[in-house]
Design a protein around this ligand. Structure first.
Ligand SMILES: [Zn+2]
Length: 536
């Protein structure tokens, strides 16, 4: 009897397994559905992808299969890009097929190749031109008749200075004229026109990653964020050393996602990155930075590109990392970050300190990106951008009077009136008009800057350059090594803590971690590896 029972159990077990197999063949899809409220993964089919890859049932089937294997639960199906308009019946059929498979489905428009070309960048247009405005309106009317949500890719801008634009701007600066013009385009030719066709339509403005030039090309993050239903954020930092796409450091994705997240509040959708000029390692770093910055969604641009060149290897690496990214998202969700206030007022000029915040973040200073200068902050980093705030000098004096440690750039120091540079709490960072140069600072040079700025939090941080520190809420911190070599780092609290390592990314990464008294030691953090620690 005993033997018989034993056999029976085994047989039943095998049978159960066989029956369950077809349902369990997409574990990432199931996991993604379970976690979509923590972190949603989406992709985009450009208008050309719609034509080339979604016109047949086999094409749609492969796309659905790819999405499920990648944990994608939300798809954006684009109607227009580069002068090409996807066909209505193809768009509607794809929309309905994805919906039937349990996907969330939205539309998208890339405002490229419309009407009269800009005198500058060839992809974008001259919106002073009336027929161009009419064409813009038609594209959104068409798209709103098919989709209830429309994302606008980050080409909704202009750098045209043709005679018509020159005449129309009159005495205004180019930045003021272009912001005014694009706000008007958004309100009248996009939002009003689309809502007339579809009163339920929600429209998302996706901001590019080049935040220091927004106002110069007509992106007005304050007025446009107020006008649109949602915002989205470009977090495509790619490879710093890539000849064509390079020059962006990883921390930029984090800085801009947090900065715009603060401006957008509950309107903030997610971050968007792509495979161009990346390797597997830098591709997934974009995902980590987007998630660390508390994005509720990450969009993988775009299906067509991810099938070629570096795409497949990138996607393979990302798929392996997705379970960890869900954990990371849960660790940071809605928790305020602690650290050095790093404000960029909207529409502020960067002069020769473009994107300096990204580089300062790479120095292991945990930044709190912000649009406003709140003098309640315990410590701050100010660049020339701060001068956009008319009360900046008073605010700086108030913080120095309160004995708060402050780091300012050399260019800002030169422009300050009535502030003594001899104040013992004021440090000047030598940027010398070249933020990239900051990546050469040594561990020894960084130590006094970090110690002083982290003093108010009772923390000391020690590591080489290009290792970022994130202080998430009161019980979590993250250290990320962006170097191609293994490194050692430590975080020292003034009080004793109990800490445990809770997440390492990538899965094959390694960190030897110990906690003794108040000292957290990270030994041999493998290259391009993130370690999250929870402590009490
Ligand atoms: Zn023009």
């Amino acid at each position: 009897m005993i033997r018989f029972r034993y056999v029976n159990i085994v047989t039943t077990g095998v049978l159960t397994l066989l029956i369950a197999l077809p349902c369990r063949s997409q574990p990432l899809w199931d996991l993604a559905k379970e976690n979509r409220d923590v972190l949603k993964i989406s992709t985009l089919f450009t208008a050309q992808n719609v034509r080339d890859l979604l016109s047949s049932d086999e094409g749609i089937k492969s796309a659905i299969d790819w999405c499920k294997k990648t944990g994608v639960t939300h798809v954006f199906i684009e109607s227009y890009r580069d002068g090409y308009t996807a066909e209505r019946k193809t768009l509607e059929h794809a929309r309905d097929r994805f919906k039937a498979e349990g996907f969330e489905v939205s539309g998208c428009v890339a405002t490229t190749g419309i009407g009269k070309r800009s005198t500058g960048w060839q992809h974008i247009s001259c919106y002073t031109d009336q027929p161009t405005q009419e064409q813009l309106q038609k594209i959104f009317e068409y798209t709103a008749s098919i989709f209830d949500e429309i994302m606008i890719d980050d080409f909704l801008c202009t750098d045209c200075n043709c005679p018509d634009c020159e005449k129309a701007r009159g005495q205004n600066s180019w930045a003021d004229y272009r912001c005014e013009l694009m706000v008007k385009m958004s309100r009248e030719k996009i939002l009003k026109a689309a809502r007339k066709v579809n009163p339920n339509v929600k429209i998302i403005i996706k901001y590019p990653q080049w935040y220091d030039d927004f106002h110069n090309r007509g992106y007005d993050v304050v007025r446009q964020t107020a006008d649109f239903d949602k915002i989205w954020v470009g977090t495509e930092t790619r490879d710093y050393t890539d000849n064509h796409w390079g020059g962006k450091v990883q921390y930029e994705a984090y800085y801009i996602m947090r900065w715009l997240g603060g401006i957008g509040g509950t309107k903030t959708g997610g971050g968007w990155f792509d495979p161009y000029g990346t390797t597997e390692n830098t591709y997934v770093e974009q995902a980590r930075q987007t998630v660390l910055a508390d994005a509720g969604e990450m969009l993988l641009f775009c299906y067509g590109s991810l099938l070629h060149e570096t795409g497949p290897a990138n996607v393979e690496k990302l798929r392996a990392e997705i379970p960890g990214l869900f954990k990371l998202a849960a660790l940071v969700r809605n928790k305020p970050v602690k650290g050095v206030l790093a404000p960029k007022p909207p529409n502020s000029d960067a002069h020769d300190e473009q994107y300096v915040f990204d580089f300062v973040g790479m120095l292991g200073l945990p930044l709190v990106p912000a649009a406003e200068i709140n003098t309640d902050a315990k410590t701050a980093f100010f660049a020339v951008h701060a001068l956009k705030d008319p009360n900046f000098s008073d605010k700086l004096r108030k913080m120095l009077d309160a004995k708060k440690p402050i780091l300012i750039t050399d260019a800002l120091a030169k422009r300050l009136n009535g502030i003594s540079l001899m104040d013992e709490n004021l440090m000047v960072l030598k940027v010398e008009g070249n933020p990239h140069g900051l990546l050469k600072l040594t561990r020894e040079e960084l130590k006094p800057i970090r110690d002083k700025l982290l003093g108010p939090f009772g923390i000391k941080f020690d590591s080489p350059n290009k290792v970022a520190l994130y202080l998430v809420g009161e019980t979590c911190l993250v250290v990320e090594n962006f170097n191609d070599e293994s490194i050692d780092a430590s975080v020292e609290f003034t009080k004793a803590v109990k800490a445990k390592k809770t997440l390492i990314l990538p899965t094959e990464g390694n960190v030897e971690f110990s906690c003794e008294g108040g000292k957290l030691t990270f030994t041999k953090i493998t290259p391009r590896t993130l370690a999250a620690v929870e402590y009490q």
